[in-house]
Design a protein around this ligand. Structure first.
Ligand code: C2O
Length: 537
């Protein structure tokens, strides 16, 4: 095991990822942010200096943080944010986990300005093996992208007028693949007078005759994207961080924050050949507007570069791709995905709780009306300088009224029902700190009593993941092992929805959190700040 130490300075830069030049947020000036790569058992230490004029935190998406809940990076829940000019060191061991993770800002929706990076954990125990299952590996980052800064968009969404005339989350202005995209210069929203110089599409090299594992990460703030490669079918081999035996298909839907590994065989031609790789917006769950991201899937001998001037691939999409406005569904809702590392212990859950989310107008803590999203009728109001976790550590006092909370105080398996009560809006829900087993999906909503009356004990080898896409008017039951005491955020990973209150918390075994140490630099982040001040979700 090694200590992997990084210095991250969060600062501004200008970038032109899709043809429009704007201010972005970077880590050490890099866009995309640097890759973290380590082995199971290593310790990660990241010194973060915040050189922005707004606070920041970094969250390590999918990392269990077992015993290190204070490093989870959620302002108002697990820490005070790093103030402008301040620094904080995140340090945590990688226990047992391996696979495809990522990290991102968890302050407001500033991950949508560029603070999002790849985090890969290797392990000799990985059930997906280089040399056997695949030859090469590569990361593919896909996301929607805006021309405006996230802080301006969130401010508009919280105003009565909304953003571009709507209170709904905006669809992306363009789609980026490995941080390169093609803006539509004649869009009515294109900033007037601004230059428009879309770059050449991203090149995605593969080696002829080899099988490449693509670790695909949707780092976007809004859209589910459907990824396909002309003339290439692929095998689905990892879901979030879990190796699976999956289908061989033409197209894969990936919601924000989800990861999939696909294995693609470059057996359709010779070095220099090129095909379109497509990342199409699954518009059926949102704007019903067709939008396509494109990159060049390039055959090479050894990852060499090609320059064909303006010539682009002339390949055609598979003719069975989903229509852009067809319903959005998670992959497991369409195909069987069997974990390669089976779980064989199934028990009746010791406790069951429900979190039901919807859009609407809710009562705020000061008696004001808040229009946005809520869980169990509480829209998250972030006391960023008075986070929950220290209260739970100090006193076990965890009754708060600014965020919906469920508490599991038993040691064993529990069930969490997630009800999406929004009629026409689908959401990707992410649970921090815990991989859940997907026990059941269904239409409509479910009460705790209804779930308890079902026999949910004889399920074989359920899919595990950390981010699940639940359609409008539907529910899912997540089974969770309470072996990770902590205060864990659960939220919609559409960043614009999170920013208007769509966050709840799951407290696991509060009495075992009370023994946690509170390091001085962690406490120091809150020093001198006004605990009553409300910050962004
Ligand atoms: Cu990707 Cu709250 O996380």
């Amino acid at each position: 095991p090694q200590l992997r130490e990084y210095n991250f300075e969060i600062k501004t830069a200008t970038a032109n990822p899709d043809g429009f030049t704007r201010q972005v947020y970077t880590i050490n000036g890099h866009f995309p942010a640097p890759v973290i790569e380590c082995n199971t058992g290593d310790t990660i230490r990241v010194h973060v200096k915040n050189s922005l004029d707004i606070p920041q935190t970094i969250h390590w998406h999918g990392i269990s943080q077992n015993g290190t809940n204070i490093m989870d990076g959620v302002p108002g829940i697990t820490q005070c944010p790093i103030p402008p000019g301040g620094s904080f060191t995140y340090e945590f061991p990688i226990i047992e986990q391996y696979g495809t993770y990522w990290y991102h800002s968890h302050f407001a929706n500033t991950m949508a300005d560029g603070i999002a990076g790849t985090f890969i954990i290797h392990s000799p125990g990985d059930k997906l093996k280089r040399g056997t299952d695949y030859d090469e590996e590569r990361v593919l980052l896909i996301q929607d992208w805006m021309w405006d800064q996230s802080t301006d968009i969130v401010a508009a969404l919280k105003s009565p007028e909304g953003y571009r005339g709507s209170l709904g989350a905006p669809k992306g202005d363009s789609i980026l693949i490995n941080n390169i995209g093609q803006t539509n210069c004649s869009s009515p929203n294109y900033p007037e007078g601004a230059e428009c110089n879309p770059p050449r599409p991203a090149e995605i090299p593969v080696i002829v005759g080899k099988k490449t594992r693509f670790r695909i990460i949707n780092t976007g703030a809004h859209s589910m994207l459907r990824v396909s490669i002309d003339q290439h079918e692929f095998e689905v081999a990892e879901v979030d961080t879990d190796p699976v035996f999956g289908p061989t298909i033409h197209e894969i839907p990936i919601a924000p924050a989800q990861r999939y590994s696909i294995i693609v065989d470059a057996n359709q031609g010779k070095a220099g050949d090129k095909f379109w790789l497509r990342a199409n917006v699954a518009a059926g769950c949102m704007d019903k507007v067709k939008q396509e991201g494109l990159a060049v899937f390039r055959y090479t001998n050894n990852n060499e570069q090609y320059d064909d001037g303006d010539e682009t691939p002339d390949t055609q999409p598979w003719d069975d791709l989903a229509a852009f406005d067809s319903p959005c569904r998670d992959l497991d809702d369409q195909y069987t995905l069997t974990p390669r590392d089976p779980i064989d212990v199934f028990t009746k859950p010791l406790q069951t709780h429900a979190l039901s989310s919807k859009f609407g107008t809710f009562l705020g803590m000061q008696g004001q009306n808040i229009t946005g999203f809520a869980f169990n009728n509480i829209s998250f109001q972030n006391q960023i300088w008075d986070p929950m976790l220290p209260h739970v550590i100090d006193s076990g006092n965890y009754s708060v009224d600014n965020v919906a909370t469920v508490t599991f105080d038993c040691d064993g398996y529990v069930d969490l029902i997630l009800n999406n009560l929004d009629g026409g809006i689908d959401h990707p829900y992410h649970l921090h700190g815990n991989e859940f087993q997907l026990i059941k999906r269904g239409d409509g909503s479910l009460t705790v009593e209804e779930a308890q009356a079902m026999d949910l004990s004889n399920i074989t080898n359920p899919l595990r993941r950390d981010t699940i896409f639940i359609p409008g008017n539907a529910h899912a039951i997540l089974r969770i092992r309470t072996d990770n005491p902590g205060v864990w955020a659960l939220h919609c990973h559409i960043g614009w929805h999170l920013a208007v209150g769509k966050l709840a918390t799951m407290i696991v075994r509060p009495d075992d959190i009370r023994t946690f140490d509170q390091p001085e630099d962690w406490k120091g982040l809150c020093a001198g700040q006004d605990p009553d001040e409300e910050g962004p979700a």
